[in-house]
Design a binder for this molecule. Sequence first.
Ligand SMILES: *Cc1c(COP(=O)(O)O)cnc(C)c1O
Length: 453
Amino acid sequence: MTSEMHNPQSADSLRKAIFDYASQRFDYNPPPLDGPLSPAELKAKVGQTITEDGLGGEKALNIFAEQLAPATISTDHPGFLSFIPAAPTEAASLFDLVVSASSVYGGSWLEGAGAVYAENQVLSFLAGEYGLPETSGGVFVQGGTLGNLSALAVAREEAAKKLGKKNWTIICSEEAHSSIQAVAMVLGIETTKAASGDSGSIGYDSAKAAALEATSAGLTPMAIVGTAGTTNFGIIDDLAGLAKLAKELGIWYHVDGAYGLAGALIPELRAKFNGIEQADSFIVDPHKWLFAPFDACALVYRNPQLARKTFSQHGEYLEPINKSTEWNPSDYAFNLSRRARGLPLWFSLATYGAAKYRSALKQNVDLAFQIAAEIEKRPSLRLVRQPQLSVVVFERIGWEMSDYEKWSEKLLADQIAFVLPSSLRGKPHTRFAIVNPQTSFELLVEILDSMEK
Ligand SMILES: *Cc1c(COP(=O)(O)O)cnc(C)c1O
């Protein structure tokens, strides 16, 4: 007897309803922006959904479509310009459905060979673009935070092999992503922040000053983290200068390119990332600027064997896998069971080819520069820094944080855009993070106009 829940026939009408819903979601152009409700509002509208007898799929789907989905913001709306949005290609999102339907275990070659082969082609493609050797490799993890954690855990193992136990610290920019701080907390080590100055980028000199400061405070630097596109500004550190310092100090060099390293696929911008080829490890998030759905971070090591030594888990039931010499993705990060989450990007890259990616990325950068020029023309606005990639940061002269907040709330309430305030060294500003090829110059101008009122 099969259970009703697992009997394909009984799911026929539900399957149709789900595919119809997904199909309709794909048809939206643009999708509704929508917005959050409070827990009390959701409780009043939705109430309790988990019952002993079940609601039935139709009713549950209806609750999602009518109540829950509208209480989420569509990150692929062209007016979603906060944080770093996600604008998956149609092929990538469609293939996410296939991954869901396929029940592939992506942790080992034994179970997931075909999927792992395809994921590894994407990792090799990226490593090749950035100039790492063919022997490099890694794994798709859930996000940049976990990617940074895994890379820096390997770095710490390597440092400890050489020097034993020390009071370790990670050298990074004061504008590095907050996850570096979080990683240090989890690893029980420190961070030492290099000054980024007016430019927003660190290089050999500022990182060296930070390393000296760390040493005189009794800390031992164990890794340098370069940021290839800061989250707030899209500014790229001097990756070659940082590589040189890491070599001098004999320590690990990790490049956090969660958002910006995608930009190195643009031929005209490639030189700005020089030095990436010397990284011991890097990350780039397909869910940020490689047009893939949540959630995926490509994590690559120059010498993946070091990661394997750090992360292989040894339980009796895992020994058949550990005996093999094949590529087991679980060995290359702090994870075991895993979704083959690199497949949506693989399918999309295989479908469209790399050239279309390069031009879609370039289009985002061109739009960023175009709107930056428009901002510079307007006396009431001030560009905080010249953009390098696809993030544009600017101030409305005379506005306090509360003015930005009121304006931002109204933009969302009017369903025009989702643009949040941010700040630099305590001074408020706002920013456009442009990763969606559907975002238009006209929409951005409409948003600027709304600040002049
Ligand atoms: C977003 C971001 C991260 C964190 O990535 P998640 O996928 O959100 O965990 C790390 N570093 C940089 C530079 C980022 O922009």
